[in-house]
Design a binder for this molecule. Structure first.
Ligand SMILES: Cc1ncc(COP(=O)(O)O)c(C=O)c1O
Length: 362
């Protein structure tokens, strides 16, 4: 059996992509807000039902730009339970990350814990929608308004996720999604910055293009955060297939949910009733803790099935970050295991995964 990973990129039919490449070859416009970039930006905004989208070359640059566009220049309250980029961008921008504990089912930040940490040195909040699942969005919005703090969501995996019928990307001042190869919609590498403010969109567009206003004027500090035409063309094609991709992922999710043994020793990922999910992840929580989780991880690895312990270790367990004692996040990171989920995961492979896990549960 070949190696199986936690995800596998969806790729559209090659001939559809080469037809778009031909257009790029003919136009000789390779980047700098070209026609595919413009079209993908508009179509994505329409698909998501959001006001403004700015495409970027990856979500990490997107988050760095978001912090600059909102002029956050003091401490940033953030999460220990995420991909390392979430706090790297804070440090990279010369700011101090202040870590706060999370809930114990999705690992999203606890609003009351954030409030306890807010002080004169606080400049903003950088939260996540872990696994694409949102936390208490209204409470977060109210908190940011109460203290006049900017709120950014690292919404890397949250494309297509809705709460009460509305995109989760509508919350906060800025949301950033990723189109990395591992994501539900990929542009090889890529990302997008979403905001409801025209003024913020303008700032973002300036910063992602070196701060260049026109041929003779540079009006702000900037970076190269642009998405190229080949990535944008890929995005346009992927968008055409996105509902189908999500539907195929749902089929895999349903099989796990229905066939994994119900046991007091595991919790199966719950999707709240008011959420339309994109099935980016399927995770289990092993109530017996790290030893049990790691045993199952190893048992599957021997069979060439590579699950992921998202997010273990915590960000605060890496040497460049202060080791805060955040109990819920720590506990969650030691019992979580993400299983392979992607369109057309072979039935045979999924069966091996389910049988291996069921066989190990009492
Ligand atoms: C939660 C989270 N934040 C940030 C990123 C970084 O995204 P990108 O690879 O597009 O820079 C990822 C991507 O993998 C992620 O999962």
């Amino acid at each position: 059996m070949k190696n199986i990973y936690v995800t596998k990129p969806f790729l559209p039919p090659l001939e559809e992509y080469t037809a778009l490449l031909k257009e790029i070859w003919e136009s000789k416009t390779l980047t700098n807000n070209g026609p595919f970039n413009k079209k993908f930006e508009l179509k994505l905004a329409r698909y998501l039902g959001v006001e403004h989208v700015s495409l970027v070359n990856n979500a990490t640059t997107g988050l760095m730009i978001a912090l600059k566009a909102l002029q956050i220049n003091r401490d940033v309250i953030t999460t220990p339970f995420s991909f390392i980029a979430t706090s790297h961008v804070v440090k990279w921008n010369g700011l101090n990350p202040i870590f706060v504990d999370t809930d114990n089912s999705t690992g999203n930040l606890l609003v009351d814990e954030i409030e306890k940490k807010i002080c004169g040195k606080t400049g903003g909040i950088l939260a996540t929608h872990n696994f694409g699942l949102p936390g208490c969005l209204t409470k977060m919005d109210n908190l940011s308004k109460k203290y006049n703090l900017s709120l950014i969501y690292d919404a890397a995996p949250a494309i297509g996720v809705k709460i009460n019928g509305e995109s989760v990307l509508k919350f906060g001042d800025i949301s950033v999604i990723s189109f990395h190869a591992t994501k539900v919609l990929n542009t090889f590498e890529g990302g997008a910055i979403i905001t409801k403010s025209k003024k913020i969109k303008k700032k973002v567009d300036l910063i992602k293009n070196f701060g260049i206003k026109n041929e003779e004027k540079v009006t702000s500090l900037g970076i190269n955060g642009k998405m190229s035409e080949i990535n944008s063309a890929m995005g346009l094609l992927q968008l055409k297939y996105l509902d189908k991709i999500i539907n195929e992922r749902k089929k895999i999710y349903d099989i796990y949910r229905d066939r994994l043994k119900k046991s007091k020793n595991i919790q199966i990922m719950e999707i709240p009733r008011n959420i339309d999910y994109n099935y980016a992840y399927f995770f289990l929580l092993f109530n017996e803790g790290k030893n049990k989780r790691d045993k199952i991880y190893e048992a599957l690895k021997i069979k060439k099935i590579n699950c992921r312990k998202y997010w273990y270790p915590l960000i605060t367990e890496h040497p460049m970050y202060i080791n805060a004692n955040l109990k819920n996040a720590k506990h969650l990171s030691e019992k979580i295991l993400a299983l392979p989920i992607y369109p057309f995961l072979e039935a045979y492979t999924q069966n091996v995964i389910i049988e291996t896990i069921n066989g190990s549960l009492s």
